[in-house]
Design a binder for this molecule. Sequence first.
Ligand code: PMP
Length: 447
Amino acid sequence: MIADAAIARVAAREAERFRADNPRAFAHQAAATGWFQSVPFHWMKDWPSPVPIVAASAKDATLTSIDGRTYDDFCLGDTASLFGHSPPALAAALAKQAFEGLSYMLPTDRGAALSAKLSAMFGFPHWQVTTTASEANRAVIRWCRGISGRPKILTFNGAYHGAVDDAFVDLKDGAPVMRASLIGQVHDLRGTTTVIEFNDAGALAAALRGGDIACVLAEPVMTNVGMVQDAPGFLETLRSLCNETGTLLVFDETHSISSGYGGHARTHGPMADLMVVGKSIGGGVPCAVYGFSAAVAERMAALNRRRPPGHSGIGTTLSANALAITAMDVMLGEVITPTAYDAMLRGAARLVTGLEREIAAASLDWHVTQVGARVEFLTCPVPPRSGGEAKAAMHPALEAAIHIFLANRGILLAPFHNMMLVSPVTGDDQIDRLVGGFADCIKALKE
Ligand code: PMP
């Protein structure tokens, strides 16, 4: 156990150290008054440091700040740069595309090549492009409701699928509630979103057998409430209950693409009817895709034939622009390869071994979870089996103290829980520095 007083002491000491080490970040913050609360996007306030580190540049898995500090980057843009910052092939292709037009509202030959690559990697025959994973999830929900004629979706407690209204329903003491932190939410979504705990096969069967759920929208492994692994057989049960009840199954693989080449479903099974993947497939250029089976494509085409011409409520002007298509085509062709995954999984295994060794050496009852190249330490003794258990196990003050301690030693973790990403270009020396910093932090917390 780590005492609350120790957490407060470490957090205060590290905040002071951050202040001394990052004068330019403070000056930047003071000058950036044009931005609301001094940041261009409010999530950038979520870091545990007194002010955000201000980035100057990033390459591979190293980020440099305007204070001249370098960081071993295990945040990697919260997955957008999972395959390393600015891979040379991507940078070169983007520069070339910049001289050839960036957005035409027309298909390109490169796009045709990309759809074949998506099919080869993820196993779905048909694809559509959006600008963010949030948007892809919203599109998929709309399609599923449209083709099934059913009003509801089902999600799992604690899930995050982006800025998607329908997915913001949680369980509190077993009852559905709107996520309290939402801004400006005026519609009560509980009539059209059913929420149950992940790994609860009984609740799943009861919900799906009602026959009014268009789709289950799920990460095959939960990654946004800490990590919650699927219990043995749960995904197979989910698949067969969807088949039995005519419910569409959507896997959002935006994060679980870390699991292996092709994503979690392709490498661990079973497959969904539709999938969403965003962020990393453009290497940091805004883009996402959703893929679907031939059977779903037929139903979508039939719906298109039935509906009157006009707005579909799906897509935005910049969807599938030439820059995004180029980015994904290069990423899938040259960067996101089986060889890259070999390196990521090797690095992640090294990280897991190191963290587990230090946890054991300190006699802490913490544990480490892994979804391929995505690793997380949880400061609780038993791996959570549901979002509810994961939320109960979170310790935000302890997390913040660890994060700022590591940041002050040149190691960057994502500001959300204890997620660490290993890219194909993350060096063993970087992984070893993270493990060493983690050990030093535990020592400081136990003093
Ligand atoms: N799905 C999952 C599983 C995610 O983790 C996220 C973002 N963290 C999204 C969708 C949304 O991605 P974006 O913010 O790029 O729209």
